[in-house]
Write a protein that binds this ligand. Structure first.
Ligand code: FAD
Length: 495
């Protein structure tokens, strides 16, 4: 059976795919989108996000272009700072230990602002991320950590606005349509074989853009590539990103690249389900650990909770939690900082204990050695450089000294009841290894040549992230490379 032919077929219907679809349509190509999930589960990982997007801006005028609804009152009450291209380069270099592909990094950073402006023109609204990336200092909100912009309505809002933009341009999306195999001859890609509502079909096209995610939801591949133990991680988002795009591309000759044993993984509620839950979204994450301490089953701390702003540590600390005995940890805070905890600490589906004394709390931390825990807290409390003032909007240097694992910033004694603790495990977000693309998002084969007609964008592109990741870059990368792929594929097939 054959489905109608299009110039460009896009595999997936998350953020990268829809940006690719809008860009290809803009070039005059006929476009169709294939999505493996049923319509109710549409949107891939992109829908589970907070919609946070890392973008270069040099002043408030840039932000006003992205967010024309920014009010005079917000502008006068807020210190937005700047996030320069140099800062973005520094962040990408530092957190990836300078392994990130220079061409892809440059494309990502230089296109971040123009791409978000383009999305805004297509109907995506943005707003400042007051809830998670700003603290109030002297009656003024101050943004920290280079992450200021989020899509209106979070990931849910982003996906519905992108879908609306696609529908307005008559871009059709086939749901429950799983791409299985690429069809190619010596001249390049000619189409795909798919399973649509259980029936195998062929689709003819001139170009395919793969934007169907990494392999985070495939426990067998996780164990194979990330290593033993990764089958035990919970999946934060969609159950459909099982590596199909990577597999199809490799079978078509694509070259693999990037940090195949690396991934983005965070602290995630110990009792969260195996895959993401759209009604909770990213609420199972617990990212305020820089304000407290984390202990494992032995009662010991195991990372520097204050090594950097959470945006630069959260994506690698999930792995640290997975490595602990029984793959769990407790985050502990006292009453001095509970007001500063992020909104995800106030959801109903949370594994939390509370007590008015540390002794009592120690018996409530399920699975933890209470004697060692109390000793850990006592030593921590004694070692704080408390002559330095606590300030969560900068790296305040209020650390500890003399501990086997010091905390570098934001150290406060745990001495003010009530104490609260949250149990976490490792939640995997997405995988870093993938397929190699060039500056036009064209897929490159093992001989370094272009596979004519094959493009890729989003999570399944390898080479951008190694070891760690600066928060808010996944969506921006999907948008930037989705648009580049759509432009290139649309141009080529239309002419
Ligand atoms: C809980 C959570 C919170 C996050 N928060 C943020 C954030 O705030 N900011 C940020 O930048 N990033 C965030 N991320 C990361 C971000 O979601 C991803 O980097 C980004 O959304 C990836 O976009 P994508 O389009 O590549 O993939 P996806 O959005 O996952 O889309 C891939 C699509 O492909 C479909 N698919 C898979 N296989 C096939 C097939 N064979 N045929 C057809 N379709 C297929 C899937 O069903 C899916 O819809 C978060 C992720 C999670 C899980």
């Amino acid at each position: 059976m054959t489905m109608p032919a299009s110039d460009v077929v896009i595999v997936g219907a998350g953020n990268a795919a829809l940006c690719a679809a809008l860009a290809a349509e803009e070039k005059g190509a006929s476009v169709s989108v294939l999505e493996r999930a049923p319509e109710v589960e549409k949107g891939g990982n992109s829908r589970y996000t907070a919609g946070a997007m890392r973008v270069v801006y040099n002043n408030v005028s840039d932000l006003q272009l992205l967010m024309p609804e920014l009010s005079e009152e917000e502008i006068s009450n807020t210190d937005f700072g700047v996030y320069s291209r140099e800062q973005f380069y520094d962040d990408m270099g530092r957190v990836t230990q300078y392994r990130s592909d220079p061409t892809l990094t440059e494309l990502l950073i230089e296109n971040s602002f123009p791409t978000l402006c383009w999305m805004q023109n297509k109907g995506v609204r943005f707003m400042p991320m007051y809830g998670r990336q700003a603290f109030k200092v002297d009656e003024k909100f101050k943004f920290w950590g280079g992450l200021t912009v989020e899509a209106w309505g979070g990931g849910e809002g982003l996906i519905s606005q992108l879908h609306e933009a696609a529908a307005k341009r008559n871009i059709e999306i086939a749901y429950e349509c799983r791409a299985l195999e690429l069809i190619q001859d010596d001249d390049g890609i000619k189409g795909l074989i798919v399973k649509h509502h259980g029936k195998t079909k062929r689709i003819q096209c001139n170009a395919v853009i793969l934007a169907c995610g990494g392999f985070e939801a495939n426990s067998e591949w996780r164990t194979r590539y990330l290593g033993p133990g990764w089958e035990l991680a919970k999946v934060r988002g969609t159950r459909f990103n099982t590596g199909d795009g990577i597999k199809m591309a490799i079978e078509a000759g694509a070259c693999t690249t990037g940090n195949w044993s690396g991934c983005h993984a965070v602290g995630w509620d110990r009792n969260a389900p195996e895959f993401g839950d759209l009604s909770v979204g990213d609420g199972f994450q617990k990212h305020s650990y820089p304000l407290g301490i984390m202990v494992n089953a032995n009662g010991d701390r195991f990372v520097d909770e204050g090594a950097d702003f959470r945006n630069y540590t959260y994506a690698k600390y999930g792995r640290e939690v997975l490595l602990q005995p029984e793959q769990f940890a407790w985050q502990v805070f006292d009453a001095k900082v509970t007001d500063l905890l992020r909104d995800e600490y106030r959801i109903r589906q949370v594994t939390k204990v509370e007590s008015n004394s540390l002794e009592d709390l120690s018996t409530r931390l399920e699975g933890v050695n209470p004697v060692v825990f109390l000793k850990t807290v006592a030593q921590f409390n004694k070692s704080i450089k408390d002559q330095i003032k606590f300030n969560p909007t900068v790296k305040d240097g209020r650390g500890t000294e003399g501990l086997s694992i010091n905390k570098s910033n934001w150290a406060n004694a745990l001495d003010t009841p009530p104490y609260v603790a949250y149990q976490i495990t490792c939640g995997i977000t997405f995988t870093f290894g993938g397929i190699r693309i060039n500056e036009n998002a064209e897929v490159i084969n093992d001989d370094g040549q272009i596979i004519s007609g094959l493009y890729a964008a989003g999570e399944l592109v390898g080479g951008l992230f190694y070891f760690n990741y600066p928060g808010g870059t996944g969506l921006t990368s999907g948008s930037v490379f989705g648009k580049i792929a759509g432009n290139a594929a649309g141009d080529k097939t239309w002419k």
